[in-house]
Design a protein around this ligand. Structure first.
Ligand code: EPU
Length: 418
């Protein structure tokens, strides 16, 4: 198993290019199977989660082939309809195949994702939405069995604006009979990117990016070409890293409008940030001011950057309050940050961080994807030796060559066999 080793203390400088968004590419690949053709998707990041969805889709009869700089997804035939436990347990987003399989194939058998390190993460709202559209579902031996001869459009209110739940229902509704209205829908850019792809396939969708999405079902969809949006979480990770390490970094191939809440907070901490077209330039502050954050659904501060921002606040001047409102257990990185000397108190969904002059290098253990990124950031500023981040398979799920990108910016970071 690999580990990442970091000798902290180098300022970052130069340019870094952002990859395609994992959380947009996953539903877009799943949506490809709504048509019986070959869609070509560009800007698909090279990540473990992408390999996982490809492996599951291959078992359904779908073929993948590199075509120029795109990924051709051949969906002419669906031969199976099962997403097995051994793959779903490594990636909860496999549930994104439920809506498309039901809509195109009329049947799906998907392993029920269990809880994960950041929370219980139920999928009741996905199931409630699909049941309201006429799907018959039951749970047996850990699998959701779902069937629907023809889904029917209806009005669905989501108690929580779930991202993958909105995506699942939206995908299913494209081939349903009649109109589906999703109220309290997720507004994330990844939902909008999926809607753009579905429209390119011939779907009729309105209102994505707002909390009411209307989908008018069509008889069939056709294959399409699409370029996945840049990963706002990867971009945000570099914005925070640049501000944390000092120096001057330009993040290219990104969309600053997807990061408004994050940029505002990093500027409040003292960094100077400028934008031009698809570039964000960050100059780190002399002194890092402490700033409070509260995670919220988009366009609020993303939960997927909470851990990285906490690492930043560990070396700020003063106290900051970090509130997590999306997942009930997303502070597991705290005990690892404490190993580097951070002072953090947790009280329910709130973490009070007392900024220190410096963090001290130590071995730490990654526990989930974003927690791993937080530990890498902390390692980049930790003094007095080498920080080793273990269990980085979590990191490889969602960051493309993170250590190489940091190396290019001048960081002393490398991968070793543990
Ligand atoms: N929830 C329910 N019932 C449901 C669905 C969700 O109670 O049926 C709750 C969850 O337990 C959570 C809240 O609603 O407390 C929001 O969860 P959501 O469903 O929006 O999360 P998700 O769709 O499972 C996606 C991303 C996550 C990201 C969250 C929040 C993908 C593949 N995953 O998950 O990304 O943190 O939205 O923005 O899009 C990551 O990339 O590291 C990651 C965890």
């Amino acid at each position: 198993m690999d580990k990442i080793v970091i000798q902290g203390g180098s300022p970052l400088a130069g340019e870094v290019r952002i990859s395609g968004a994992k959380n947009a590419a996953l539903p877009i690949l799943a949506a490809s199977l709504l048509s019986a053709g070959t869609s070509v998707i560009h800007n698909v990041p090279a990540l473990r989660d992408i390999d996982t969805i490809k492996r599951i889709m291959s078992r359904l009869g779908i073929s993948f082939e590199i075509q120029g700089n795109g990924l051709a997804v051949g969906c002419e035939q669906i031969t199976h309809h099962e997403a097995p436990y051994e793959l779903v347990k490594t990636m909860r987003a496999s549930i994104l195949l439920l809506g498309p399989l039901l809509a195109r194939h009329g049947k799906a058998k998907i392993s029920l994702p269990g809880g994960c390190a950041i929370g219980a993460r139920p999928i009741n709202l996905h199931l409630k939405g699909l049941a309201a559209m006429g799907a018959e579902m039951y749970l047996d031996h850990g699998y959701i069995h779902a069937e629907a001869k023809k889904l029917k459009g209806t009005e669905i209110f989501l108690d929580i604006p779930t991202v993958t739940g909105t995506e699942n229902i939206m995908m299913a509704a494209t081939l349903a009979q009649g109109v589906t209205i999703i109220r309290n829908a997720a507004k994330e850019p990844e939902v909008q990117d999926l809607a753009s792809f579905l429209r390119a396939m011939g779907a009729s969708i309105d209102g994505d990016g707002t909390d009411t999405i209307t989908i008018e079902g069509v008889k069939e969809l056709h294959a399409a070409h699409h370029t996945v949006i840049p990963d706002r979480i990867e971009a945000g990770t570099f914005v925070i890293a640049a501000a944390m390490c000092g120096g001057d970094v330009t993040i290219t191939g990104c969309r600053s409008e997807h990061l408004t809440a994050v940029i505002e907070k990093v500027e409040s901490a003292g960094a100077r940030i400028t934008f031009k077209e698809d570039r964000i330039s960050v100059r780190g502050p002399e002194k890092i001011e402490s700033v409070d954050i509260k995670t919220m659904p988009y366009p609020g501060f993303p939960t997927d950057l909470q851990a990285q921002f906490m690492a930043f606040m560990c070396i700020a001047d003063g106290w900051s309050m970090i509130r997590e409102t999306i997942f009930e257990n997303r502070f597991i990185h705290v005990s690892e940050l404490r190993r580097l000397g951070a002072e953090i108190e947790i009280n329910g969904g709130q973490a009070l961080v007392r900024g220190k002059k410096e963090l001290l290098a130590a071995p730490v253990m990654a526990t989930d994807l974003r927690a791993s990124a937080c530990l890498v950031l902390a390692g980049l500023v930790a003094r007095g030796g080498l920080t080793e981040v273990h269990r980085i398979y979590h990191l490889d799920r969602g960051y493309e060559a993170l250590e190489k990108k940091f190396q290019k910016l001048g960081a002393r970071i490398w991968r070793e066999k543990a």
